[in-house]
Design a binder for this molecule. Structure first.
Ligand code: CA
Ligand code: CA
Ligand code: CA
Ligand code: CA
Length: 314
């Protein structure tokens, strides 16, 4: 991973940025027809595709929990270091789920798309509740709180514009014109204003649309693309940061704008299987790594895996 390169400020790469010329005029909500999702690839999960684990804070105690979807029921390890307990009966698998706090009660909820409607299990332990009619599936969704009201919202990209369903229950509202797809986004609150922002990588620089409705703003020069990023607040300043693993080191760009800081100089287990969480509830994001029969946690993305749970399934 190359370091952020401020020297390229005037480079022609600026002219080649595929999405910097997108307009983001806000127009009145149009026909409110719900988007029928067709673009795949959520950037919201780094767990292995074979995993049936999802992370969330399902009991609202500030510590990340691990949900295991068996195909017939959901089991939750609260805090990630307690034995699984039954949460709900459902055939929905991890790949079908979009995790967020859609009712703003501090507990993570499970949203699933059936192909024609969205269903939510609040706290992952209530019966399914109808949320909205939409063909969008979990893989089509970028979950964030785009209006900053404490309720998670769903963003979908049509290939020409971004639409948001507030709290996963409102009609689609136009947010911005952009060709950037969900799979090319990394969602986080990079400026700490309470509203989720969209980061996109062009291969040479990062652009951010703050609140998913501002014009693209240059964030940093980096070749790192969203599909290798782990987003979290690794220094607990309420601004989300970008972590990438290069195969030998982990590096963080704080607020997605600072130069790289190496947080872990000697780690080889990096990349696609990592997921952010806060397992000790200190406000600093940790890295979760499900490694077969063990779950490992690196606190604050600092060096050293800690064996966190020895009796797991996935
Ligand atoms: Ca909730
Ligand atoms: Ca919201
Ligand atoms: Ca923000
Ligand atoms: Ca931060």
């Amino acid at each position: 991973m190359k370091k952020l390169k401020s020297l390229f400020l005037l480079s022609l790469v600026l002219l080649a940025v595929s999405c910097s010329d997108q307009k983001n005029e806000i127009k009145p909500q149009d026909d409110s027809a719900f988007f029928s999702g067709k673009e795949g690839g959520s950037s919201s999960s780094r767990l292995p595709s074979t995993s049936n684990l999802k992370l969330g804070d399902f009991n609202g105690d500030g510590r990340t929990d691990v949900l295991y979807a068996t195909g017939t029921e959901w089991l939750v390890s609260y805090g990630g270091n307690t034995p699984y307990v039954h949460s709900a009966y459902s055939a929905a698998l991890a790949k079908d789920m979009a995790i967020g706090d859609y009712n703003g009660d501090g507990k993570s909820d499970v949203l699933a798309g059936t192909g024609h409607e969205w269903l939510i299990s609040y706290g992952a332990n209530t019966n399914w509740v109808h949320a909205a009619y939409s063909g969008a599936l979990a893989k089509d969704m970028a979950i964030g709180d785009y209006n900053g009201d404490g309720h998670s919202d769903v963003l979908a990209a049509s290939g020409s514009e971004w639409l948001v369903s507030l709290s996963a229950t409102s009609n689609w509202a136009h947010y911005a014109y952009s060709g950037t797809l969900v799979k090319d986004m990394a969602i986080g609150d990079y400026n700490g204003d309470g509203k989720s922002d969209v980061l996109a990588g062009t291969g040479s620089e990062w652009l951010i649309s703050y609140g998913a409705n501002s014009n693209w703003v240059h964030a940093a020069y980096s070749a790192a693309l969203p599909n290798i990023m782990v987003i979290g607040d690794f220094n607990a300043d309420n601004h989300d940061d970008v972590m990438v693993g290069t195969g030998s080191t982990w590096m963080v760009s704080y607020s997605a704008t600072s130069n790289w800081t190496t947080t872990n100089p000697s780690e080889t287990t990096v990349g696609t299987n990592l997921e952010p969480g806060d397992f000790n509830g200190d406000g600093q994001s940790d890295i979760f790594y499900p490694n077969g029969s063990q779950w490992l946690v690196a606190y604050g993305a600092a060096p050293g895996w800690n064996v966190y749970n020895n009796y797991t399934q996935q």
